[in-house]
Write a protein that binds this ligand. Structure first.
Ligand code: THU
Length: 142
């Protein structure tokens, strides 16, 4: 699928830019938003370790800066032959801009790909709908 090839190419190009001198584990992420554009990010580590950021977080930031807010597909590619699934915090970050049908694509580095739906990677998630004012108003009314 050409669209998916393009997404993985963008994730690979982002991974090549990763700043991961502490873990030596470069990660690239590329997402296609509802607007059709691709936004990519790499992990950016820091000498103060917890300050580092994940590839997915930076791809999402690029999407938001571009004015998009809905993720249709996201590809994540790490180092080595094992596919990398987004960490727990990144699942939550992706969920914020996803639907249940958003696909999270992985590659094992040998060309074997698979994908998971958002709802399978983060079931029963807490999300923006939980904070919708009308919903909360109704439930909090004594
Ligand atoms: N990392 C990501 O960028 N995304 C993930 O989903 C998993 C982990 C990064 C964080 C850190 O820079 C390195 O991989 C090792 O954990």
């Amino acid at each position: 699928m050409r669209d998916l090839d393009e997404l993985f190419e963008a994730a690979k190009a982002a991974r090549a830019r990763a700043y991961a001198p502490y873990s030596n584990f470069p990660v690239g992420a590329a997402l296609r938003s509802a607007g059709g554009a691709i936004h990519a990010g790499c992990n950016v580590e820091n000498a103060a370790y917890p300050t580092g950021s994940c590839a997915e977080a930076n791809a999402i930031a690029a999407m938001v800066i571009a004015g998009d807010s809905r993720i249709i597909d996201i590809a994540v590619i790490g180092a080595g032959a094992e596919p990398v699934t987004p960490c727990g915090a990144c699942r939550q970050r992706i969920h914020e801009f996803a639907t249940a049908e958003t696909r999270i694509h992985l590659s094992d580095g040998r060309g074997v790909r698979k994908f998971y739906f958002m709802a399978d990677l983060l079931p029963h998630a807490f999300g923006p709908e939980n904070l919708a004012p009308d919903r909360n108003a109704a439930e909090n009314t004594p």
